[in-house]
Design a protein around this ligand. Sequence first.
Ligand SMILES: C[S@@+](CC[C@H](N)C(=O)[O-])C[C@H]1O[C@@H](n2cnc3c(N)ncnc32)[C@H](O)[C@@H]1O
Length: 350
Amino acid sequence: MGSRVAHNSDSIFQSGGGCDMGRLRVADEAIVSMYQGLLEPKQAQRYDRTGGWFARYSGRLADPERGRRYIRGLSNTIGVSESRLEKMRVLDVGCGFGLTCVTLAALGAKEVHGIDAFPKMIDTINAYLPDIEVGDRVHVRTGQADALPYKGDSFDLVFVMEALSHFIKPYDFLNEARRVLRPGGLLVLVDDNNGANPRTLRTNQEVWDRFENGPPTEDIHGHRVLESYVDKRSRIIRTQYPNMKDADVDMLARGTAYMTKAEVLDACAAYLERGVKPESLYRPGRCPVEPEQGQFIENVLNPLDLSWRYCLFWQLAFEPRDSRKMASSREPWFPDLGSEVKLANETACT
Ligand SMILES: C[S@@+](CC[C@H](N)C(=O)[O-])C[C@H]1O[C@@H](n2cnc3c(N)ncnc32)[C@H](O)[C@@H]1O
């Protein structure tokens, strides 16, 4: 194991009148140097279990200015005081490579749990946690947002950053968030896929078409398509039924758009046993589902839904507190509010 990433543990605690000994909060500059240590190309490669995604996805935080903006943006988005955060047990759902988890721990959270559906991301986090100062306050595991493996009333804050638009059962997730939050806990949702923005919508629709139908590409609006979803479904079907005729494989792969792997195989069984042809055809303009992970590539959230969504929050006994528009949830202080409006909805659970 390499050296620990946050350097000089004496200097990482905020100064402030000698009463910092028990404090958990780490100074912003030390958090920036933690990012740099984790994302230094050789280190990032050593931790990465995803074949290069770690650096590609998180690498920009190694730039000190971006790192600082990220920390301040996150702190502002959460919007709770340091002294309050220090008492909080936090859950980050769809935590990805965990940089939000470790930042929240470094900002002082008593305990941070992260969960993500993609096991290799969790493996990457577990590879670097022992090397960082706040690693012992962060715990991550693989799991689904709509079936959270935690006890009821066990968190003070549930945080979801850029992940709600990937959940195929977002409303089941909201029920789960309600269950695991203690009374009075906070749910903070941040997502920048603003479906009311025509440019965002158009870009997403191009991404959706490419992911569903291919052909593979190194870059479609910042995404890489290695195998289209229809090809993935064909592969799933051929693996299960190696002797099936090409025409049947093609018909089944096309008729099972939006299905997860288990659903695809159920549809194949229904066809083979009862002759029922699946009719779930891909429709341009509707976000496709990645069949093996069971997630949307990236859905859009329309702020016009917000009032409706708020009704839902009320129904689930959440008390909506705040809804904000930001330039970017990752870099909230980027001043251009014009074309890329992002949303952060904060609700309090009553
Ligand atoms: C765009 S990434 C965001 C990661 C991280 N929150 C961030 O801000 O960098 C979305 C994440 O949601 C995860 N995800 C998608 N569907 C999920 C589900 N049903 N349950 C848990 N995680 C899920 C994906 O694996 C992915 O890591």
